[in-house]
Design a protein around this ligand. Structure first.
Ligand SMILES: Cc1cc2nc3c(=O)[nH]c(=O)nc-3n(C[C@H](O)[C@H](O)[C@H](O)COP(=O)(O)OP(=O)(O)OC[C@H]3O[C@@H](n4cnc5c(N)ncnc54)[C@H](O)[C@@H]3O)c2cc1C
Length: 545
């Protein structure tokens, strides 16, 4: 027998031995303490390990490897810039199999990354290399409880997949007590939660929820976490638990803002309420030429802290390939009677847009309506994308104009970057603020919107990639000055991953979060996500490690 063959047969016999040991121990209070130093984890043989019959995976579980069927779907990413990479993927068929993956990863110390819909875009995810994808994108269950007025979804359900069933059942998600506080019951508030505000239906709703879930409806419904009632979760110890205000309240606090650090969510239940006004609202899209940009920004700036709870708008600065020039787009949503909405939008009409499209639409059609199908464009996966974001408290016309000018120069100099955009999400936060800050781990309830520099380039176009990085960083520095914050702050869903712990999780929240991390994940099994929590605080930042 040659040396290589001997090595391979030796390793194989070791696998058999250790798998039998671990399988015997799968009762499941104790594992055999196999001498793990004998396994070289950087060359972990997932194929041999995962396909070993001793694991007894459930019949629905599928396992794939690079080049084998199903692998690409199970590991697909929205952005392929600075991505995590995988040597294997498992689509578990049961909660027991998820627990098994976690226990095995814990015992043999191989890296795994939970995948909802693959839309996380933080560069911190690229710390995960050659690991196992725990892909839950097939977990599409959705159950509406008419009596309890709740919806329970699986972790693979995307935002757009919730609209139709919920709407057909006559529901929307919202946090009803906030609604009463704001005395908005006469409004035609019509959408179930804020997440579609990003104009996109493709991320998983659970993935969005774990970081807070921001969006258009923050003014009247609060964040998505404010509608969350409970989750089922597999912990680092491999236990399946229900987490809610009554059951493990500390953990419930932590997962509402930093959820990906604590376990694998197998389902989530949200409060829903009956539709108001048949779920209809006023929707408007406008486009303005470049010379009107500042005047348009001024309209929004004037409203600033007077912004009513029931209006949200998204400013889009992008390149128009037909007119070959930069332009400003405005998407507005008014949760109230059409007549009132049209009155509120009068200053925008008066400025003389190049184009405007106004309609009354049911909330389930929001994504298809916004920007004439902008959702499909933005949801395009497998693309090089790099995003630089900030929270904003104030809306500044002069600040935004500086951003506009920077983008104009970028579009001029780098034609390869002309699918990029600068976005200002203007989301009033009355209902978000109505929930006490210490109620959840989410740290930025005072934010009244978000700034997103979204850069796109073709594979191999390194000049545009490099310029995008430079402009993205400059934009972040520049726009911070007028954002209403003294230092960079960004919630974890939108984080690029280079901002630092305090900028993402907030100084006030970190000590408690890190204590809970030590309690619930002492061996740091959930070590990879949009921005992993450390086990010590104060601690080294991710970038210093
Ligand atoms: C086009 C687009 C629109 C967006 N719009 C919004 C928006 O309106 N509001 C908003 O708040 N955010 C928005 N986001 C950000 C989004 O919330 C995050 O990117 C989120 O992490 C995506 O979750 P995912 O499951 O799709 O991605 P994945 O990459 O699969 O997961 C992201 C992170 O969450 C973890 N995770 C996912 N599912 C689970 C689970 N079941 N249990 C434990 N951990 C899990 C993963 O391990 C990973 O760390 C948007 C993102 C994109 C790309």
């Amino acid at each position: 027998m040659g040396f290589m063959a001997w090595i391979s047969s030796f390793i194989s016999s070791q696998w058999n031995r250790l798998l039998l040991l671990s399988s015997a121990a799968f009762g499941d209070t104790a594992f055999w303490a196999y001498p793990q130093s004998t396994i070289d984890h950087s060359h972990f043989n997932f194929k041999e390990f995962l396909t070993h019959p001793a694991h007894l995976w459930s019949v629905n579980t599928t396992i794939s490897f690079p080049g084998s069927p199903g692998f690409d779907d199970a590991t697909a990413r929205w952005t392929i810039f600075s991505p995590p990479t995988y040597n294997a993927a498992i689509r578990p068929g049961s909660e027991a199999d998820i627990a098994r993956v976690i226990k095995l990863a814990s015992l043999y110390k191989f890296p795994f990354l939970t995948r909802g819909a693959g839309h996380g875009y933080s560069i911190a995810l690229s710390d995960f290399q050659n690991g196992l994808a725990l892909d839950l994108s097939q977990w599409k269950s959705l159950e509406i409880d008419q009596t309890a007025e709740t919806v329970t979804i699986g972790p693979g359900v995307t935002i757009s997949e919730v609209f139709d069933p919920l709407y057909e059942a006559g529901f929307q998600i919202r946090k009803s007590n906030v609604h009463e506080t704001l005395k908005l019951n006469d409004l035609a508030d019509n959408s179930w939660c804020s997440t579609e505000s990003g104009t996109c239906g493709c991320p998983s709703l659970v993935g969005v929820t774990l970081g807070g879930g921001a969006g258009r409806y923050q003014g009247i419904h609060g964040l998505v976490i404010d509608a969350l009632v409970s989750v089922r979760m597999v912990t680092a110890a491999g236990d399946l638990i229900e987490v809610s205000k009554e059951s493990y309240p500390d953990l419930f606090w932590a997962i509402r803002g930093a959820g990906a650090n604590f376990g694998v969510i197998t389902s989530a239940t949200y409060k829903v309420n009956r539709l108001v006004n048949q779920g209809n609202f006023l929707h408007a899209d406008f486009y303005f030429s470049a010379e009107k940009s500042y005047d348009y920004f001024k309209i929004i700036e004037k409203l600033n802290y007077k912004f009513p709870a029931n209006i949200a708008t998204i400013v889009l600065i992008n390149y128009n390939a037909s007119t070959k020039s930069i332009q400003v787009g405005g998407n507005w949503v008014y949760f109230g009677p059409e007549k009132e909405g049209m009155k509120a939008l009068q200053p925008v009409f008066d400025l003389g847009p190049i184009s405007s499209v106004v309609s009354v639409v049911p909330y389930k059609k929001l994504l298809a309506t916004t920007g004439g199908g902008y959702d499909t464009l933005v949801c395009q996966g497998h693309t090089n994308r790099d995003l630089y974001s900030l929270n904003q408290k104030t809306y500044s016309a002069s600040g935004w104009q500086k951003g506009f000018d920077k983008m104009a120069k970028f579009f001029e100099e780098y034609p390869g970057g002309r699918n990029s955009a600068l976005v200002f999400e203007v989301f009033p936060n009355q209902a978000t603020l109505a929930v006490a800050s210490d109620e959840t781990a989410y740290p930025w309830r005072e934010a009244r919107g978000y700034i997103i520099g979204h850069f796109i380039w073709a594979d191999g176009d390194t000049a545009t990639a490099t310029a995008s990085n430079k402009v993205g960083l400059e934009l972040r520095d520049e726009l911070l000055l007028t954002s209403g914050y003294n230092e960079v702050s960004v919630f974890v869903n939108y984080a690029r991953g280079d901002e630092g712990l305090e900028s993402i999780y907030g100084r006030d929240k970190l000590p408690r979060l890190v204590e809970l991390k030590k309690t619930w994940d002492p061996n740091n099994i959930f070590a990879y996500n949009n921005y992993p929590l450390p086990l010590e605080y104060p601690s080294k930042q991710r970038d210093e490690l």
